[in-house]
Ligand binder design. Sequence first.
Ligand code: SF4
Length: 361
Amino acid sequence: MSLGFQQVGICDTDLSAEEPRLQAWLDKQYHGEMEWMARHGMMRARPHELLPGTLRVISVRMNYLPAKAAFASTLKNPRLGYVSRYALGRDYHKVLRNRLKKLGDLIRERCEAVNFRPFVDSAPLLERPLAAKAGLGWTGKHSLILNREAGSWFFLGELLIDLPLPVDQPQEEQCGRCVACMTTCPTGAIVEPYVVDARRCISYLTIELEGAIPEQFRPLIGNRIYGCDDCQLICPWNRFGQLTDEDDFSPRAALHAPPLTELFAWDEAKFLRITEGSAIRRIGHLRWLRNVAVALGNAPWDEENIAALANRLGENAMLDEHIEWAIEQQKRRRAENSIEVQRPQQKRLVRAVEKGLPRDA
Ligand code: SF4
């Protein structure tokens, strides 16, 4: 029976080497408002505390990059909204958790007394160090897992299990002297190799952060309205990135290169309808509008943008503040008679992507 995983690895539960790194990261407040990370403390590095009796972690990966991901065409057109490519289709949490559960059931058919539990980004668990330990790849300087044959466009999931299975060997780290992800990150979120200050990361700012996006980061966000892929896009190992064959991860038409003004006109019912079963739904309509307002502020001057923004004034104080900021940016660009909004960094990224991505992605 095929469960659709591209790779499976097994490791023990000892992540004690990670604990000082995790503590230092928390001490620097790099987790921002994700206070659950601090609350769970070192439990994230102790799978056997999460599920008592756990002896092994079965770590799996599943490709998610859809064909025709249209990276470059969306990133270089600031009138369109860019959604991180992992979120274009169905919510991966459900897909992957169901497959992991089936894997556990298959194991139970052969070993009746076994106890297991699947996790997909849903529990206090350091899934990347576990994946590295289980031999799925090495930790890149952007802190994601990289694989020699597959780059980094894949989801991770874990099955905690109380069977003493044989373990796999970790892969050798192969970033070498490359620092492309660190210098490309629009907000400088990779503050040192392997360390991401989440408070600066566009994925955190557009997904996890509930309140206002700090003004200093708004111009740097460009047209990214849900997450960011820049550190992966620039990574040379992603020339080996593989496309998914899961229908569930195919892009929804309404999220694939959508005009910002259209997105900003969605009422809550439309937002909920279009994002049903998608990971995007969890940020809610208000944060969605907040993100699109910032992107409209970063778009080339157009009276249509100003009208779309002004049309939503008065719905919510936090949103109003972002709308006013965006209108101010639009008017400044109008006064300067400037349509140039792309930062040199972004142009470099788009050029690199146009040259280097595999197949039609
Ligand atoms: S861009 Fe370079 S440094 Fe960053 S993860 Fe990829 S190989 Fe490593």
